[in-house]
Unconditional design. Sequence first.
Length: 202
Amino acid sequence: MESVFDFIMEHDSELQLLSNVHDALSINSEASQRDLAQYTNLSLGMTNALLRRFADKGWLYMKKITKRNIQYVLTPQGMKELAARSKRYLKNTARLMNQYQGCIRRFVQNAAHDGCTQLILVGDNDLEFLFDYACHFCKLSFMKIAAEDFNPQHKYVTSNSFIVFSDESRCESVQKTMGISGGFKHCTGVMDILSSAESLSV
């Protein structure tokens, strides 16, 4: 599953690039546009457009060294903008985590109400601690299993287990393999659980 923090950062490419420009220039004051694009994981064209936008807004100073080389320097105004956006990013991260916590707790409460006594999380997930906490709160046992080690026929999977997959495609594959496609209430994906969370715009 995509990192929660990556999800928010990806929805503000300006913050992403501005932050990476700052980090890259702190490491190498002569970083090229191509270097900045690699740091930010954006295309060269997008990086070029955003750098020019930053310069137009007064956030970035572009000093021409040679015909082909440009030195980039974050201005005091650019540093102030980065600080403001980073604060907003952290607030949105906290808000999203609160929404996810609510979704997960409701899911676990419903699972317990339906008679489940164990939740099995299959695969790595940034929200593992929220599932663990919700299970502790609702008095369900919690088990985390690596995706490659999971076997739906193993003895630890019982009729009272609720299996949650970090990988949605793996969930569908297991459902089809077990011949329960479309109706197995004790198997779902993390994104299905979080689908009721309000989408954020950063």
